[in-house]
Design a protein around this ligand. Structure first.
Ligand SMILES: Nc1ncnc2c1ncn2[C@@H]1O[C@H](COP(=O)(O)OP(=O)(O)OP(=O)(O)O)[C@@H](O)[C@H]1O
Ligand SMILES: O=C(O)[C@@H](O)C(=O)CO
Length: 403
């Protein structure tokens, strides 16, 4: 049977976030990393997500990679494509949300697409087109200090307007509150007025359910995990298939995220396991690999992290730190680690690629939006890819506890 739903995500932890949302909606879900080579077949499932690493690459490359996945998913029989970006709308004035959404909408024959990063379960809401993180507007949240995509404007109509030549409109909350029929006519009116992107307000999950119903006929819709859950729920499945069992074995935590939640989790984990702080200098990779070998030989969980508050970060060091943590992950697997816990989307992308992981079956959630993944390679690894801002303070400790 063809999967019912298909999603292209702009980073790996974003892919896991949608995977958790679909799974919670009762869909048997497969997550693939990177564009699947032609001829790839997907195990029987209800939803397939292809996670790319396109959030911070040049827009043309992001568009090309996303379009390839769109064609591949269409070939799998997927009827509606979901473009997943971050619930904090991580992007710059060059994109990549606008250019990718434009290309997908055009190729999918969508005159108009919905733009809704609201994910109330993660504290992200949209009101009058303004994105809130908890009780703060996006531009006053810690996202204003993000090392790669600092977000300094909370008005999504304006932010997206700088990334696309097309018109951007708004479906306000009072329309959403009137239900799916009202939202659908608002979308039709916007489309008739030449709008390509309809930023849609949503403060609760039930608003997202309304939007999913109203947009069910559109070939391409966009958002974060909140709207993905709502589209998954429309399928009305019960997800009765069993969850994969995780392999036992030593655990390694690799933290490259500098987000507020990760900093707290790393501080908590340092009290529970040996930890090595990775800094940006020439000898750092060799030091980290030596440290790993020594400590993994005698402990069943260890952590290596570069996570740091703004004043302790090394400007321009992001690629070096990502690649070092990726090399550490590959070595950890060779040394027998069977659980790898990664904090940060970009960091997860580098780690998954270094491990050569191409796909995984989605398991139970360790925390909201953070599901365990059982890789399809041999030997199977349990992977936990944590978005920077997700998870309770003790997540890294719980995830590495011996079962
Ligand atoms: N000490 C540091 N100095 C400078 N850059 C750092 C430092 N530590 C990590 N980084 C870089 O910061 C970036 C953090 O991005 P990453 O996507 O991994 O985390 P995040 O943005 O918190 O997570 P998410 O995208 O899931 O919200 C990475 O490129 C990482 O290499
Ligand atoms: O939507 C989110 O906040 C996350 O899934 C994410 O994309 C972080 O990289």
């Amino acid at each position: 049977m063809s999967p019912l739903l298909g999603c292209v995500a702009d980073d790996y932890t974003g892919g896991t976030d949608v995977a958790a949302a679909y799974r919670r909606s009762g869909l048997r879900t497969v997550l693939l990393f990177g564009a699947p080579p032609p001829g790839t077949t997907v195990p029987d499932c209800d939803a397939v997500i292809v996670a790319l690493k396109t959030r911070s690459i040049p827009p043309r490359e992001a568009v090309a990679a996303s379009r390839t996945v769109q064609d591949w998913l269409a070939g799998q029989g997927v009827r509606q494509l979901y473009f997943k970006y971050c619930s904090t709308f991580d992007s710059t004035d060059q994109g990549n949300i606008g250019p990718v959404a434009d290309a997908l909408a055009e190729a999918g024959g969508a005159g108009l697409t919905v733009v809704c990063p609201a994910s109330p379960e993660h504290g992200r809401t949209v009101y009058q087109g303004h994105l809130f993180v908890g009780d703060r507007p996006l531009a006053e949240s810690p996202m204003r200090h993000h090392p790669l995509t600092p977000m300094t404007d909370s008005d999504l109509v304006r932010v997206l307007g700088r990334q696309t030549p097309h018109r951007v409109g708004l479906v306000p909350l009072h329309t959403v509150e009137r239900g799916p029929v009202a939202v659908r006519s608002a979308l039709e009116e916007l489309a008739a007025g030449g709008v390509r992107h309809a930023v849609t307000d949503a403060v609760t999950d039930s608003h997202l359910d309304t939007i999913a119903r109203a947009a069910a006929h559109l070939p391409v819709i966009t958002g974060a995990a909140g709207l993905a859950r709502a589209t998954g729920a429309l399928a009305g499945l019960d997800g009765s298939a069993g969850l994969p069992e995780l392999p036992p074995g030593p655990s390694v935590v690799l933290a490259g995220s500098c987000s507020a939640a990760t900093l707290e989790q790393v501080a908590h984990a340092r009290a529970h396991m040996p930890a090595h702080y990775l800094q940006a200098h020439d000898g750092a990779p060799a030091e980290a690999l030596d440290w790993l070998k020594t400590h993994l030989a005698r402990e069943d969980r260890v952590m290596i992290y570069s996570s740091a508050p703004p004043e302790r970060r090394s400007p321009g060091a992001a690629p070096f730190l990502e690649q070092t943590l990726a090399a550490v992950a590959a070595r950890a697997a060779e040394l027998g680690a069977r659980r790898i816990v990664v904090a940060g989307g970009e960091t997860s992308g580098a780690v998954v690629n270094a491990l050569g992981v191409t796909g995984a079956v989605v398991g139970a959630e360790a925390d909201r939006g953070v599901p365990w993944l059982l890789t399809t390679g041999h030997p199977p690894l349990a992977l936990l890819l944590k978005s920077g801002n997700f998870g309770r303070p003790d997540l890294l400790v719980r995830a590495t506890e011996t079962p």
